[in-house]
Design a protein around this ligand. Structure first.
Ligand code: GLN
Length: 291
């Protein structure tokens, strides 16, 4: 007879860390991931053979490098339980910093409501986190991938969060304007040595040209035409791209350009406010300001 604790030890012997082993065992047992206390209290219980049969292949997949979220099909992000699949990027805790930053620009109940866009929404993580925190905001999320949109749609429905989802290539073909645009676009260089470690995630959500800047460049260039005067663009980017992204924002006419650090202390998000020199604000600027 195998006990729960023996099964956990066996999984750790195969290279899993303790937390992953516990979460996979809870999944195999049909318990929620927050039930770790139950697991500890029942560690001498016998593991039913059927559960053992379910658990073994899960352990093998994790040992082969598959992200836990794809094995369990779920991931917690900003307090929300999200469905994830290999069609979407596995939401990272670092991206919660982008959400925190965006929330700083979203008052609790502004009149009229603020229009927010999440570009390349994937599982819907950023858009849904913003909607959960700011129910009054009009949140729109775009993704190129229909498979990703299906995941985002299921998440929105299950969480009861009313966001608008549409298919598109960044802002192409849209004439809408927003108060805030956020994105965690693909930003890994095509030949980045870290890519093999990300082999389970959709390449389309990861890579963006030789320097990993192609999508960031496209978004920054097109964003001013889709922001209200004074609107903000906030972007996640690679560990070595902050200087380049700030330059691109400057060239596109953004002001108040700043960066935020991730949990490892690396500049991971940059953004700015659409400056007064944008076509929209020039018309509004009093003549004296131009003298
Ligand atoms: N942060 C991810 C990684 O480097 C990449 C995410 C992205 O390209 N947007 O693992």
């Amino acid at each position: 007879m195998t006990t729960l604790s023996a099964a956990l030890r066996q999984a750790q012997a195969q290279g899993l860390d303790r937390l992953d082993a516990q979460l996979l065992l809870l999944h195999a047992l049909g318990h929620a991931s927050h039930d770790r206390a139950w697991l500890l209290a029942h560690d001498t219980d016998a593991l039913p053979v059927a559960t053992e049969r379910r658990f073994a292949p899960l352990v093998a997949r994790r040992a082969a490098g598959e992200p836990l979220a794809y094995i369990t099909g779920q991931r917690e992000f900003f307090g929300l339980d999200l469905e994830v699949s290999p069609s979407v990027l596995n939401p990272r805790p670092d991206t919660e910093i982008l959400v925190e930053w965006a929330l700083a620009y979203l008052p609790l109940s502004p009149e009229p409501p603020m229009a927010v866009l999440d570009l390349g929404t994937g599982s819907g993580a950023i858009a849904l986190a913003l909607k959960a925190q700011r129910p009054g905001a009009q949140v729109h999320a775009i993704d190129q991938s229909e498979a990703a949109l299906a995941v985002a749609r299921r998440n929105a429905t299950r969480l009861g969060l009313d966001i608008r989802l549409s298919q598109g290539n960044w802002l192409e073909g849209s004439s809408e304007r927003y108060h805030l645009i956020v994105a965690n676009p693909p930003y890994v260089a095509d030949a980045d040595p870290h890519l093999p470690a990300l082999a389970h995630e959709p390449l389309q959500a990861l890579t963006a040209g030789a320097e990993g800047l192609d999508d960031l460049r496209a978004i920054i260039a097109s964003a001013p035409a889709h922001l209200h005067p004074g609107g903000r663009l906030l972007l996640e980017h690679g560990h070595d791209q902050a200087t380049r992204v700030r330059q691109l924002l400057h060239t596109a006419g953004f002001a108040d350009i700043a960066s935020r650090r991730d949990l490892a202390g690396i500049e991971r998000c940059s953004g700015g406010r659409l400056s007064g020199s944008s076509p929209v604000s020039i018309q509004k600027m009093p003549a004296v300001a131009l003298a």
